[in-house]
Ligand binder design. Structure first.
Ligand SMILES: [Fe+2]
Length: 122
């Protein structure tokens, strides 16, 4: 992230286990999330560096990791909101177009059959 990244500072820590509950030391974590304005870097010509709030790290020998970032916010997908009638239909149903704030993870490790991809929600 940029040194002056807008948003609420956040320290994230955790540990990574395989499907059998065993620690995954040395697993590569690809991590990315939306900025404080709900945008992802690299999608808009807005002057934000393309790799902002994106990165990777490796779990330590004890399967643990920690990184510092800013707290992502909920956002509405502009590809969805651009569809005629969607905003009105969602409002009529009393629902929200926003996805809750979340961080995307991909876990890569030779011991996994395939990389794990998912999100961690707040
Ligand atoms: Fe997302």
């Amino acid at each position: 992230m940029r040194p002056d990244e807008p948003g609420t500072p956040l320290i994230v820590s955790g540990h990574v286990l395989d499907g059998h509950g065993q620690p995954l030391a040395g697993a590569k974590l690809d991590i990315y999330h939306a900025a404080d304005n709900g945008n992802y870097s690299g999608l808009y010509d807005d002057g934000v560096p393309k790799r902002n709030l994106r990165g990777h790290l490796f779990t330590g020998p004890d399967d643990r990791y920690t990184f510092t970032t800013i707290t992502p916010v909920a956002y509405a997908d502009p590809n969805v909101t651009a569809v005629d009638g969607v905003i009105e239909a969602v409002a009529a149903l009393g629902r929200s177009l926003c996805r809750p704030a979340h961080i995307h993870y991909e876990v890569h490790n030779a011991d996994l059959i395939t990389p794990w991809r998912g999100e961690i929600y707040f």
